[in-house]
Design a protein around this ligand. Structure first.
Ligand code: NAD
Length: 364
């Protein structure tokens, strides 16, 4: 089991460890037992993950005399709302969970975001351990302390920055992940290669077949590398006011595609098309070589992600959604562009006509 330290120097009590390995639940139990973090734990999980791993995690904790129970909610983004928060909170109160207790988020990004949010507000905050079970949660959402829920007005509108106590990444969970969810998470891994690590990008190019077959050695390498990249951005910019925005590469257009499709397109496919759009815009603005743009497009295709935007999604709808993002940021839209693979920069002024032209090209 490897350890990566997330150093949040300003408040050292927020610093924590990410543990990564295959089949590490037994060791996780021992670490939790030794930590004396809480008198008892509530594992929060969704209905799918509960059926697969609920009993196992309770067994692991029982084995080391850690008192724990489990609360489940219906799987899916539709549950990431205030109703679910209140239902879980009431259950915690009924079961006598108090300030000497802690939560364990067992699941994907939805579970992690909901559980982290509850932990940040329950009895004015209790500790939370993240145990991510999707590739997206392992390389992205469990790290960085962003928690929250959706409102009818938009995604992730209510939430808090609240760092986990520790993160346990067991790669074995990925064995049961449906193909579409696995590929979804690969878009974030590719993003890390593009924005920070040309060696990771090259590894993904060379091993795309092994990755799609979920070769455990390659998975360990790419998950570990991705966690190190994400944690480095978080260490520098914990509250997402500066450098961490680089992590939005492909997401400005990606989120707009997702929203304009009424969320019928998966996050991964929207982000992959968004990354290609950003690479094309970089090329058109003479920042990026056509060779690097071609490599990005090729890798996206090789892992089975979308390299185009469905013609049925309105271009004006996508543009309108990027403008919503623009409002949030004030007058300028922070677009992450590329000088080359591994070298991103933030550009405040991309002309709408160029975005429109690029979206149209990706629909052909
Ligand atoms: N906090 C952050 O920094 C951050 C970053 C990125 C995304 N997010 C959020 O993450 C969410 C998406 O996360 P997600 O893609 O993990 O979705 P998810 O949590 O809904 O999980 C996807 C599906 O996979 C199932 N599943 C999970 N683990 C499994 C396993 N090991 N085997 C079989 N099935 C399994 C789940 O039940 C669900 O049906 C979004 O709400 C997004 O806003 C948060």
């Amino acid at each position: 089991m490897k350890r990566i330290k997330v150093n949040l120097d300003k408040q050292s009590s927020l610093s924590h460890e990410i543990y990564i390995g295959h089949n590490i639940l037994d060791r996780m139990g021992l670490v939790i037992a030794k930590s004396n973090l809480a008198h008892r734990y509530s594992v929060i999980t969704d209905s799918n993950v509960s059926a697969l791993y609920g009993e196992e995690i309770l067994g692991v904790l029982k084995e080391v005399n850690v008192k724990a129970d489990l609360i489940e909610f219906p799987a899916g983004e539709a549950s990431k709302n205030m109703e679910t928060v209140l239902a879980i909170v009431r259950e915690l109160i009924n079961r006598g969970i108090d300030r000497s207790s802690a939560l364990i988020a067992l699941g994907g990004g939805v579970t992690g975001d909901i559980t982290g949010f509850i932990a940040s507000i329950y009895m004015r905050s209790i500790p939370c351990i993240q145990v991510p079970t999707t590739l997206l949660a392992q390389v992205d959402s469990s790290i960085g302390g962003k928690t929250g829920i959706d409102l009818p007005e938009g995604k992730n509108l209510l939430g808090a920055f609240s760092q986990p106590q520790s993160i346990f990444i067991d790669l074995r969970f990925l064995e049961t992940l449906p193909d579409n969810e696995f590929i979804n998470g690969l878009s974030e891994v590719i993003k890390y290669g593009i924005i920070d690590d040309v060696d990771l990008f090259t590894l993904l190019e060379e091993k795309s077949d092994a990755i799609r077959c979920r070769d455990p050695h390659i998975l360990q390498a790419i998950v570990e590398r991705s966690c190190k990249i994400k944690k480095a951005f978080v260490e520098i910019d914990e509250k997402d006011v500066g450098l961490r925005r680089i992590l939005n590469f492909g997401h400005t257009i990606g989120h707009a595609i997702e929203a304009a499709s009424g969320y019928t397109i998966s996050h991964g496919n929207a982000v992959s098309a968004g990354m290609i759009a950003s690479a094309r815009i970089s090329e058109k603005m003479k920042h990026l070589s056509s060779e690097d743009r071609g490599r990005i497009q090729q890798l996206v295709r090789a892992v089975g992600l979308a390299d185009h935007i469905p013609a049925s999604i309105s271009t004006e709808g996508i543009i309108a959604k990027t403008r919503t993002d623009k409002k949030k940021e004030g007058d300028s839209i922070h677009f992450v562009l590329l000088k080359k693979i591994g070298m991103p920069f933030i550009n405040g002024s991309v002309e709408e006509a160029l975005i429109r032209e690029t979206i149209e090209e990706l629909k052909k």
